[in-house]
Design a protein around this ligand. Structure first.
Ligand SMILES: O=P(O)(O)OC[C@H]1O[C@H](OP(=O)(O)OP(=O)(O)O)[C@H](O)[C@@H]1O
Ligand SMILES: O=c1cc[nH]c(=O)[nH]1
Ligand SMILES: [Mg+2]
Length: 211
């Protein structure tokens, strides 16, 4: 498993506005999309491509095309849905599948409540979108699910990660073909397993409080 923190002043600036508790939901949504596009630029560095023959108005040449089937993008509902536009802006031909997962806030166990994915992911490159990697329980389950379907490579794009959750994934997925791309690794988790300094509950800030 590899971990890549995208070190760029625009990422840091947008993340700072996102963290601010007074940033309203419409701005939060817009910034999330913008940030994901910046992170996706790095996260897709090893997207699978192949040479293609094309005709320019002047001559024949060899260019670069995405290998088919194109990458599968999997936002983890709810909060990951806020990242989808930012990702597909960069890779418009990507296929999209969905995983609905929620963390039980008492036991911290990740529950999968919805799934809409191709049955067979054999050999596929998959990009998972979830803004928050806290205890790592949600991503661990999502990654396990996708490998069980046959995925060959998984790249997770997150906004924030906690050292605790990253350690769990690094231990369990040491030899797996997994890359985690983040805007920041924050300090720690608090007693409710929220990321500190964090940005609060990403799903609630994008879409409102569910309870
Ligand atoms: O690393 P973990 O400790 O598992 O926590 C991270 C998960 O928590 C949040 O989702 P949440 O359960 O709040 O669902 P939501 O997106 O519907 O708000 C977040 O979007 C991750 O999926
Ligand atoms: O800080 C956190 C932790 C889990 N889920 C969130 O949305 N935020
Ligand atoms: Mg939530």
């Amino acid at each position: 498993m590899r971990v890549l923190v995208v070190d760029h002043p625009l990422v840091a600036h947008k993340l700072t506005v996102l963290r601010d508790k007074d940033t309203p939901s419409p701005v939060f949504r817009l910034l999330t999309e913008e940030l994901v596009t910046l992170l996706a630029y790095e996260a897709t560095r090893n997207v699978r491509v192949e040479p293609v023959n094309i005709e320019t108005p002047v001559t024949s040449t060899i260019g670069t095309g995405l290998v088919k089937p194109t990458p599968l993008v999997v936002p983890i509902l709810r909060a990951g849905l806020g990242m989808l536009e930012g990702m597909t802006r960069l890779v418009p031909t990507a296929e999209v599948g969905f995983l609905g997962m929620a963390r039980n806030e008492e036991t911290l166990e990740a529950i999968t409540y919805a799934e809409r994915l191709p049955d067979d992911l054999t050999g596929r490159q998959v990009f998972v979108l979830d803004p928050m990697l806290a205890t790592g329980g949600t991503l661990r389950e999502a990654i396990k699910f996708l490998f069980n379907r046959g995925a060959a490579e998984i790249v997770c794009i997150c906004l924030l990660g906690a050292p605790e959750g990253l350690s769990v994934l690094e231990e369990e997925l040491a030899d797996a073909n997994v890359t985690i791309v983040l805007a920041s690794i924050d300090e720690r988790l608090d007693e409710k397993a929220y990321i500190v300094p964090g940005l609060g509950d990403a799903g609630d800030r994008l879409y409102g409080v569910v309870h």
